[in-house]
Design a protein around this ligand. Structure first.
Ligand code: HEC
Length: 144
């Protein structure tokens, strides 16, 4: 009988530490994400808003939207690559074809992650999986 209650106590102990750990991870991830979004917001205002506009709506047929963009939200890797290295050629965003070009903007990898976290969590966009500098580092330029 004693052994059983001891087991229960020990189990409860492990269960509770596991939960605190998970909460801790969750909280630090949330603050990291929020800080990254805040940095990304400034980068966006400086480097992107001229074309994609402050509200992310872009300019029809010239500068594609980022707000509720299916391209941005579904092609995570291609979007990171576009911000990291630039983008040219035909793309389709929300059913509209763009054949423009976005120059290489010269951002550092951590800045690419920050601006991605901002644009994928603004204007109705929601991205639960934070973009990290490590993820950006792994994405290579496509041969053309
Ligand atoms: C000089 C204008 C210009 C600037 C500045 C610019 N872009 Fe773009 N962006 C474009 C154009 C044009 C395209 C489409 C290129 C094509 O047609 O291949 C594009 C495409 C994109 C796409 C993929 C398509 C979409 O709408 O989802 C993303 C994501 C993006 N830009 C993000 C950014 C971010 C973030 C910045 C700032 C760091 C930025 N852009 C700065 C013009 C610009």
């Amino acid at each position: 009988m004693k052994i059983i209650s001891l087991c229960i106590v020990v189990n409860l102990f492990f269960l509770s530490t596991k939960e605190t750990k998970q909460n801790y991870v969750k909280v630090t991830q949330e603050t990291n994400l929020q800080q990254s979004i805040n940095r990304g917001k400034e980068i966006y205002a400086d480097m992107c808003a001229t074309c994609h506009l402050p509200n992310g709506e872009g300019v029809a047929k010239v500068y594609p939207p980022l707000a509720k963009s299916d391209y941005l939200m579904e092609k995570r890797e291609a979007s990171i690559r576009a911000i990291k290295y630039g983008l040219k050629g035909k793309i389709v965003v929300n059913g509209v074809t763009y054949k423009g070009m976005m120059a290489n903007l010269g951002l550092y990898e951590d800045e690419v992650a920050d601006v991605m976290n901002y644009i994928t969590n603004s204007w109705g966009n929601k991205n639960p999986k934070m973009v990290t500098e490590k993820e950006v580092k792994k994405i290579q330029k496509k041969e053309d």
